[in-house]
Design a protein around this ligand. Structure first.
Ligand SMILES: Cc1ncc(COP(=O)(O)OP(=O)(O)O)c(N)n1
Ligand SMILES: Cc1nc(C(=O)O)sc1CCOP(=O)(O)O
Ligand SMILES: [Mg+2]
Length: 504
């Protein structure tokens, strides 16, 4: 697989903690190839900036044009632009992006002042609007947001007003970084766009070694975008990357040391808590499953439920999408009663009121369903809850509800349902399964899983495999169920043997 290329257009920090140097460290840690377009050479250490040497706009243009001919980027991070000539040069270059090349994502971290409070740029706020329509996301801290908007920003309301001003001037998305608004223990980044806002919350860390966090965050976003993660996930991964970097940061020099550059974030404790107006953080907990989900068929009628229970299936789902389906309640009620006789774990998709009314084993809900359903009522009725997820961000939201399992989809292209997101593939599935393992929340993979894909999916460490067409479209259902179960068991045995060998 080819490694994505990401460019940074930024200043050189001779101290190695910020600017081009932080960006290239980040790119390497997050498995992208970094190219650099230097805007300015700074003489800088951990205590002060003693010299600034902006390059001529021509020098910046030549670097850009040279790279474009041979190493086109999937994403570009823009950092320090020292003057209006440099900004104009970058804006002109982006405006004339050669058509046959795919348009890269552009992330702009509007650096004006260094961590040591030295002014680094001659730019005025009014110069910046030229670049606004050309960038996909800007990542100012509160001071930079105030400077850009000309408004004092002291709380959430004034932050929204300041952001609105920049939206009016042509910017489309903003990540306001490192805000606490007087909270002693928490620090948040706010993602604001016309679609709404999302808050990424971390516990404050007591470290002074935070030199280069803004550069690192923005270049980590660019790197994750280059790996084709959706923007919300790129922000989530970048936030975790910076948080783990702050935990690992060591003092180098007499002032604030650089944030550490480690690896793709893997520990769930390093990821942020995510708060949206639709899905606010609430304190809930659902009962555990009685057995591992294993092979988990998802079917649309009582007749299918009956057939599968008779074939020995122990976890299954009734998914009737038509709310006006005739006999909907009867099908749900009869399925619940029969599953109970077989001591099977039957989940009812979507129809949570009927599931509560007929005392189902559990309910399965998607993220959109979560906003409508009464989760407290489901919890109080003692039902289990399974939640669908399609990204890091959805996974983090889902795990905060402490559900009975989390579904991870869609892994491969599926014909069964029109999906708004892209297939995630095995590498992401492996990452998600490993991330959730310490939480003891079982995981279920779903989406395009055929018999041949059962072994590699099982090997990722998920606890169950949900299938629709692998069973419902099979010519011989009994044989399909038998083969799927045998394949899963065989792979689990291989996995166990490997784990024992590894432990010895
Ligand atoms: C096990 C499992 N995973 C995911 C889904 C999808 O649920 P949802 O996102 O609510 O979409 P619909 O199934 O309602 O279309 C599922 N049903 N089961
Ligand atoms: C119902 C459903 N939910 C998905 C998700 O990713 O949330 S994928 C999916 C369809 C799965 O069907 P098949 O096994 O035939 O691909
Ligand atoms: Mg649903």
């Amino acid at each position: 697989m080819s490694i994505p290329v990401v460019w940074t257009i930024a200043g050189s920090d001779s101290g190695g903690g910020a600017g081009i140097q932080a960006d290239l460290h980040t790119f390497r840690s997050l498995n992208v190839h970094g190219c650099s377009v230097i805007s300015t050479i700074t003489a800088q250490n951990s205590v002060a900036t003693t010299g600034l040497f902006p390059l001529a706009a021509d020098a910046v243009r030549q670097q850009l044009e040279c790279l474009q001919q041979d190493m086109p980027p999937a994403a570009i991070k823009i950092g320090l632009l020292s003057n209006v000539q440099q900004l104009q040069c970058v804006a002109d270059f982006l405006k004339q992006w050669s058509d046959p090349l795919p348009q890269p994502f552009v992330v702009w971290d509007p650096v004006v002042v260094s961590t040591q409070q030295d002014r680094l740029s001659e730019l005025k706020p009014q110069h910046c609007a030229e670049l606004f329509p050309l960038v996909d996301i800007m990542t100012p801290n509160l001071d930079e947001l105030s400077w850009l908007s000309g408004l004092e920003v002291t709380d959430e309301d004034s932050m929204y007003r300041a952001a609105e001003q920049l939206f009016q001037a042509g910017l489309s998305r903003i990540l306001v970084t490192g805000t606490d608004f007087g909270r002693a223990d928490e620090i948040s980044d706010y993602y604001l766009s016309s679609d709404g806002h999302t808050q990424y919350i971390q516990q404050k860390l007591r470290t002074k070694h935070s030199h280069g966090t803004g550069c690192t965050l923005s270049s980590a976003i660019a790197a994750a975008l280059a790996h084709d993660y959706p923007l919300e996930d790129a922000i989530t991964v970048a936030n975790a990357y910076v948080h783990q970097g702050l935990i690992e940061a060591k003092g180098i020099g007499r002032g604030p040391g650089p944030v550490a550059h480690t690896h793709w974030p893997q520990q769930i404790d390093h990821f942020p808590k995510i708060n949206t107006p639709e899905l606010p953080c609430v304190d809930l907990q659902f009962p555990s499953l009685d057995q591992e989900p294993g092979l988990y068929p998802v079917v649309d009628s009582y007749e299918w439920i009956e057939k599968l229970l008779k074939l020995g299936i122990k976890t299954l789902q009734l998914r009737i999408k038509d709310p006006d389906a005739p006999q909907l309640e009867t099908a749900i009620k009869k399925s619940i009663q029969l599953a109970e006789k077989y001591s099977a774990q039957l989940f009812i998709n979507d129809h949570w009121q009927l599931a509560i009314k007929h005392n189902a084993y559990g309910v399965h809900l998607g993220q959109e369903d979560l906003t409508e359903a009464n989760l407290h009522a489901i919890q109080q009725a003692g039902l289990r809850l399974g939640i669908s997820t399609h990204s890091y961000t959805e996974l983090l939201i889902a795990q905060a509800y402490k559900p009975s399992y989390i579904a991870l989809g869609h892994i491969f292209p599926t014909q069964t349902k029109t999906m708004p997101s892209k297939p995630q593939g095995l590498q992401r599935l492996r990452r998600y399964a490993a991330l959730l393992a310490p939480k003891n929340i079982p995981t279920v993979a779903i989406g395009g899983i055929s018999l041949e894909r059962v072994a590699p999916v099982t090997a990722t460490g998920v606890n169950g495999i949900a299938v629709v067409s692998a069973i419902t479209a099979a010519r011989n259902v009994e044989q399909a169920v038998h083969q799927l179960l045998t394949e899963m068991e065989a792979e689990l045995e291989v996995k166990e043997k490997n784990e024992v060998a590894h432990a010895e």
